[in-house]
Design a protein around this ligand. Sequence first.
Ligand code: SF4
Length: 314
Amino acid sequence: MLELRRHNAAFCSPHFVEFFRRQVTEAIHAYRMFTRDEPILVAVSGGKDSLALWDVLIEEGYRTAGLYLDLGIFDYSQESKARCEAFAAARGEKLYVERVADAVGAPIHEVQKVTRRPTCSACGLSKRYLLNRAALEHGYGVVATGHNLDDEAATLFGSVMHWQTEALARQSPALGATHAKLARRVKPLYRLSELETAGYAFLRKIDYIVDECPFARGATSLAHKEVLNRLEEVSPGAKHNFLFGFLDKARPVFERAADVTLHECRVCGQVTTGELCAFCKLADQVKRRAGAKGAAPAGDHVAPDDGRRPWQTQ
Ligand code: SF4
């Protein structure tokens, strides 16, 4: 039996799997994320969330392919990539693999040495850019990520703590394509907690990487998750109420205030608000300061997502 305090309910295994999938399909319908006819690119990291999401979409009959961004982070990357490859092979699904170092000019953990940009910042920027670029190159109009309720509540908490109104405007389970070179980005797990996703992955016997990326240690987003977990313990449903209350009542206000004009980057042609996109600036910095030493390998973890689009660094 799996007890869910926030729903005041307990489920046997088959009913929990059914419940989980229903939450995903309800999320897809509520935000009109995609239809059964269009191909969906699922960003997979080898972790429980993205693989659980891919599993649900396959089982529900959606047309999917996976995309694994190889960050080149030592054993972590090799192990997470192997999980994604095994998952895709067992289900006969297409998996695209891209080496981030090929695009950036150095493994992600070396970018900081040459640019002084924090590893996770360079990683987040590169992921946003490469996800969007891969979707366009391979003909996918929508990218689905495995961000769950805990991820989304923690991101919201962080944005509220610093009153980042632009981030609040962007935080949504579904971001539309506001430019021809922008894929839609959706988070069909936003109604499901981390515990529930772990339960689903366990019941479905999904082999996922349990370890976090080594660079996640000490991340502020993890501290925010801890605070929210403590709240959830004394008040079941607190995370859900926090996130859903924001989405229903506050986000539309912030969204109305936000407006940007988009152009195409003069170097790569991807979307940006200026002349040169943030990714091209980063790659150029790496190239100039590191003497373009070349590529290396990678791994993965679904990092917090505050809705920044490929051109946004702040
Ligand atoms: S913790 Fe996440 S954002 Fe930071 S380097 Fe690792 S995968 Fe990238």
